[in-house]
Design a binder for this molecule. Structure first.
Ligand code: ADP
Length: 238
């Protein structure tokens, strides 16, 4: 028993150490960029309008990345501490989805099927979760391809699929993509979020999915694309 406890403590320590390393690394990169550009601005900024613009854009992007990172970390910390209260109400999922998809524009996200269904959900959390899947599908696929969204409803259950024709995820990465800070090597090259990718979006989405008793299944193939399937409990129509 004691050795099992010791093992647990050791695992926790290792996890904490990795976590602090990951966070420090993720914060160091944008900070280095910001400091670098500030130095350039101090030296040459006033004379060179193009350089000035480049520096301001990079500083803005790096600050936005840091803000995203810190907000996701705070979200997960509150969730873990049990301080993330949900306010669930009756929601028309089809309506919510239609509104979210409209924000992306028809070239990037298209609705292939949208059946009416009602769920109990915290709307703000739910939107955050759906954005995570939609943003990923859009980010990890070419700009000239459209992500397909399907919502099918049967008695007591709805299935929501987000399908992209993007870079895909390797079989060995699939079990790890919901882990904190996990990013596939592919996501760092060619298509993807580049510097703004921190690998926390799916951890946040998974926590929200769990709070709504949603099951997630992922199918993916490198070079062909990915399908994220959410199996969602629904309410009986009134
Ligand atoms: P990130 O901010 O890096 O996108 P996420 O937690 O949202 O973090 O995703 C974790 C990793 O899973 C990504 O870095 C990427 O490697 C992979 N991933 C997630 N969704 C997709 C997708 N639709 N297509 C390809 N890879 C994906």
């Amino acid at each position: 028993m004691q050795s099992r406890n010791k093992e647990k403590v050791r695992e926790n320590n290792q996890w904490e150490e990795r976590f602090v390393n990951d966070v420090s690394h993720e914060l160091r990169t944008p900070l280095t960029i910001i400091r670098g550009y500030i130095e350039i601005l101090e030296r040459y900024g006033a004379q060179d309008a193009e350089l000035f613009q480049e520096a301001v854009t990079s500083i803005k992007n790096s600050a936005a990345n840091m803000q995203n990172l810190v907000e996701s970390l705070l979200f997960l910390a509150r969730a873990e501490a049990g301080n993330q209260a949900l306010n669930k109400v009756r929601v028309d999922l089809d309506d919510l989805l239609r509104r979210l998809v409209a924000e992306y524009g028809n070239e990037r996200v298209q609705i292939a099927k949208l059946e009416a269904c009602k769920i109990m959900a915290d709307t703000e959390f739910y939107k955050k979760m759906l954005w995570a899947f939609l943003d990923n599908a859009v980010s990890y696929s070419a700009p000239d391809t459209a992500v397909k969204v399907e919502l099918r409803a049967t008695m007591g259950e709805a299935t929501l699929k987000v399908i992209d024709k993007g870079i895909g995820i390797a079989k060995e990465d699939l079990p790890k993509i919901f882990e904190r800070f996990y990013r596939t090597d592919k996501s760092r090259t060619n298509l993807g979020r580049g510097a703004s990718s921190v690998g926390l979006g799916l951890s946040v989405a998974k926590w929200i999915a769990d709070q709504h008793e949603i099951k997630i299944e992922v199918k993916s193939k490198i070079g062909t694309g990915s399908e994220f399937k959410l199996i969602i409990p629904t309410l009986k129509p009134k």
